[in-house]
Write a protein that binds this ligand. Structure first.
Ligand code: SAH
Length: 239
C-alpha cells in the first residue's frame, strides 16, 4: 500500500467551502497556537489525509478575507503546520466568453500568473517577475476524465476589470481571472510543494453585466460544479 498522502486544500470563502466540507465529512480541528489566520478542517479519503484551510473571517467588516495577501500568508502558515505532499487551491473565477467559457465551467490551471503587478516597465527580469508564471501540477488525464477545461489562471486584487488588467491578461493568455491562485502558487514554489489549481466560473468578464452582479447570481451553480469536479479529482488522486 502507498504511504498516505497529505493533501492541503486552500479556499478563500466559507460559502465556497461548505459543500465540500459536507461531502467529505470534514471536522474542524483545533491546533496548537491556534492561528488568527485560518480555520482548519480535516478528513480522510481513501487512506489520504485531507486538510482544508480557509482564512478566518475579517471580524471588523464581517467578510471573507479574499485576495492575494491572506492567500499567501495562509498558504505559508498552513504548509509549515501541516507539511503537505500536495496543495490544491480551488475556488471561483471570472471567465472569458470570447474564449468559450460558460458559467459553471471548471478549469484546471496549467500555469498561474499575476496581471496587476508592475515593478519596472522596461527591465525584462522585473517584467517577468511581475507576471510570475508559476509552475502547477497539471495532467491531461484529469482534464479528460473529469471533463474539465484547461489553461492559464491569472490573479490580481481587483474583482472588476480595468483596461490595464485586461491587457496584461491578454498577454498572459489567461482563461480565468481570480484573486488568489498565483499568490498560493508563488508560496508552493518556495516551499517546493506541487499545486493543483481548480477554478469554477461565476462570471464572464467580457460581457456587459458587471462581474459582482453575475457572481452573486451564479455563485451556487458554480460552486456546485466546482465541488463535483473536486470530488472526482480527489477520488482520482486516491487511486
Ligand atoms: N462579491 C463577493 C466577493 C467575492 S471576491 C461577495 O459578496 O462575497 C471574489 C472571489 O471570487 C475571490 O476569491 C476571487 O478569487 C473569485 N472571483 C470570482 N470571479 C472573479 C473575477 N471576475 N475577478 C476576480 N476574482 C474573482
Amino acid at each position: 500500500m502507498n504511504k498516505p498522502k497529505r493533501i492541503l486544500i486552500q479556499m478563500a470563502m466559507f460559502d465556497e467551502a461548505r459543500p465540500l466540507r459536507e461531502i467529505f465529512n470534514f471536522t474542524q480541528e483545533q491546533f496548537a497556537h491556534d492561528s488568527v489566520l485560518f480555520d482548519l478542517y480535516k478528513t480522510t479519503v481513501d487512506q489520504n489525509i485531507l486538510y482544508l484551510v480557509i482564512p478566518k473571517k475579517c471580524l471588523r467588516y464581517d467578510v471573507s478575507r479574499v485576495g492575494s495577501l491572506m492567500a499567501a500568508l495562509v498558504a505559508w502558515a498552513a504548509i509549515e503546520l501541516l507539511q503537505p505532499d500536495l496543495m490544491i487551491n480551488m475556488g471561483t473565477a471570472g471567465g472569458f466568453q470570447s474564449k468559450g467559457a460558460k458559467i459553471g465551467d471548471v478549469y484546471l490551471a496549467d500555469k498561474a500568473t499575476y496581471h496587476d503587478r508592475e515593478f519596472h516597465p522596461i527591465r525584462d527580469a522585473f517584467k517577468k517577475y511581475s507576471v510570475g508564471d508559476y509552475p502547477v501540477c497539471f495532467d491531461e488525464k484529469w482534464v479528460t476524465a473529469l471533463a474539465l477545461k484547461k489553461g492559464i489562471v491569472s490573479s490580481g486584487n481587483r474583482m472588476l476589470l480595468i483596461d490595464a488588467d485586461a491587457k496584461q491578461m491578454e498577454k498572459n493568455q489567461a482563461v480565468a481571472k481570480d484573486m488568489e491562485a498565483a499568490a498560493i502558487a508563488e508560496v508552493t514554489e518556495l516551499k517546493n510543494i506541487p499545486i493543483i489549481i481548480l477554478k469554477s466560473i461565476t462570471d464572464l468578464v467580457d460581457i456587459k453585466q458587471s462581474s459582482h452582479e453575475q457572481f452573486d447570481q451564479n455563485f451556487h451553480l458554480a460552486v456546485e460544479q466546482l465541488i463535483k469536479k473536486a470530488q472526482g479529482l480527489i477520488l482520482l488522486l486516491g487511486k
